[in-house]
Design a protein around this ligand. Structure first.
Ligand SMILES: Cc1cc2nc3c(=O)[nH]c(=O)nc-3n(C[C@H](O)[C@H](O)[C@H](O)COP(=O)(O)OP(=O)(O)OC[C@H]3O[C@@H](n4cnc5c(N)ncnc54)[C@H](O)[C@@H]3O)c2cc1C
Length: 425
């Protein structure tokens, strides 16, 4: 049934979702001179359940998009620079892995910034640019294929509903995307999906003075982990994530488990004795990239979580949303400018470009996620690295060097460790 509508909106490209993926696509389309509308069902600033960690890839993607934006990002008052990651193995030993060999010099490679601020910063950049029209508080619904593109209802809380006509849809509407599930037919497969919960805390003790994020691998949580990500003024984002098939099999209540672990686990309870939870524990799904799906089709491209692009080992998805947003905008501009039609075969190049850029690291992370199932292997590597600075340095460079990371997949790496040798290149 058609709803009552106001004047239709006509545009070449409709971007659904103004998270990091949608905003990056909007900024890139503006630069490329493509007529686009960005629509989000929320009004910003809005929150998004997340760990809030921004990897070096986020900053590098912003630098490529607009160097001034990367500078502005670093000036956000709620941002905490991050110089590395601390892994805590199931046996309890910690390994501090810096992101760079020159910790403390120049700009920190990573950062932590609450999504309330980061996403608003991105949407604000789109609004200031002014070339892409932004519509907030309208949900894209009822996607109808027409002879020259799509007809979509943009439903506001109060009628009338607006109608949008476009040639191409860029779906960046996140992990619960209706379009991705029902039109592009990407299913939610529990084996390739993670459940995550998080809350903000103040007063957590032992936060890292150099903003190292902490990934704590507890035996009862494998292959998932608990995280503590520091924020300015002694606050922290604390959460845990576990693959959805494991959650179902073990019938875990993640929120209850998180409260129990923080109150009772010997590695955590003292750090949380004087901590205060700020607001409720909130949960959301993470569609993992451990299985590849077609991410474009007739008249559309999927971006970020809608395309199931989250790193299966680390849970990182913000940078992947931004990288895919850049590629989608580039491909869209190329096809539309050449007056070609946006058929599935014309857009296939988008899949190729995204997988060429992210495929290798996602492949490695998929293997690492499988390794995380083996606590003994984890303990073994961490115990060795704690006593072996050369190995710790090797692991550190793995964050910036994919070829190094690839070595973690190679049995020879573990054989070298077992025999007390420094891992060979
Ligand atoms: C618990 C948890 C912890 C995480 N931690 C990290 C982390 O520390 N670092 C990291 O890099 N990644 C992390 N991730 C992943 C990260 O949050 C996502 O990968 C990222 O938000 C994806 O961005 P996106 O632009 O694709 O989608 P989103 O950020 O989800 O944005 C989608 C937007 O679409 C809008 N929308 C949805 N449906 C419609 C519709 N029908 N019409 C209009 N608008 C619509 C929504 O309102 C929303 O604004 C975490 C995820 C979870 C769940």
């Amino acid at each position: 049934m058609r709803m009552e509508t106001s004047n239709p909106i006509r545009t070449e490209v409709l971007i659904i979702g103004a998270g990091p993926g949608g905003c990056t696509a909007a900024l890139k389309l503006a630069q490329l001179g493509v007529d686009a509308v960005l629509v989000d069902k929320s009004r910003f600033p809005r929150d998004k359940v997340c760990g809030d960690a921004l990897s070096g890839k986020v900053v590098r993607t912003l630098e490529r998009l607009d160097p001034a934006l990367a500078v502005e990002l670093r000036q956000q008052s709620e941002l905490l620079p991050s110089w590395g990651v601390t892994f805590v193995a199931p046996g309890g030993r910690s390994l501090r892995v810096p992101f760079s060999r020159n910790t403390g010099e120049g700009q920190a490679p990573g950062a932590i910034l609450p999504r309330m601020q980061f996403d608003n910063f991105m949407l604000d950049a789109v609004k200031r640019d002014g070339r892409v029209r932004v519509i907030e508080g309208a949900e894209a619904k009822r996607f109808e294929r027409t002879t020259d593109g799509w007809s979509i209802d943009l439903v506001h809380p109060a009628p009338p509903t607006a109608n949008a006509n476009c040639q191409l849809i860029l779906d960046a509407s996140g992990a619960n995307s209706h379009f991705a599930r029902h039109i592009a037919k990407l299913p939610m497969e529990p084996r390739h999906h993670c459940a995550g919960v998080r809350s903000y805390y103040s007063g957590v003790s032992g936060l890292d003075p150099q903003g190292f994020i902490e990934l704590i691998f507890l035996k009862q949580l494998l292959p998932g982990y608990l995280w503590i990500f520091p924020l300015p003024n002694g606050r922290a984002n604390v959460g845990l994530g576990l693959r959805s098939d494991v959650v179902r099999k073990r019938r875990v209540d993640l929120k209850a488990l998180m409260i129990k672990l923080l109150a009772e686990h010997p590695q955590l309870k003292e750090r949380f004795t004087h901590a205060t939870m700020e607001g409720p524990i909130q949960g959301m799904g993470l569609p993992l990239a451990s299985k590849r799906w077609p991410i474009s089709g007739d008249g559309y491209m999927l971006i970020g979580d809608a395309a199931h692009l989250i790193d299966p080992f680390t849970g990182e998805g913000i940078s992947h949303a931004m990288i895919s947003g850049m590629h989608a905008a580039d491909v869209a501009a190329g096809v539309l400018r050449s007056k070609g039609s946006v058929t599935s075969s014309a857009l296939e190049t988008y899949d190729q470009r995204v997988w060429k850029r992210l495929g290798k690291e996602i492949g490695i992370s998929t293997r690492l996620q499988q390794l995380a199932n083996h606590p003994w292997l984890f303990n073994f590597v961490v115990n060795k690295a704690v006593n072996n600075p050369a190995l710790a340095d090797t692991i550190s460079s793995m964050f910036n060097d994919l070829d190094m990371r690839e070595r973690l997949k190679n049995p020879r790496f573990y054989m070298d460790l077992l025999l007390g040798r420094s891992p060979r290149p």
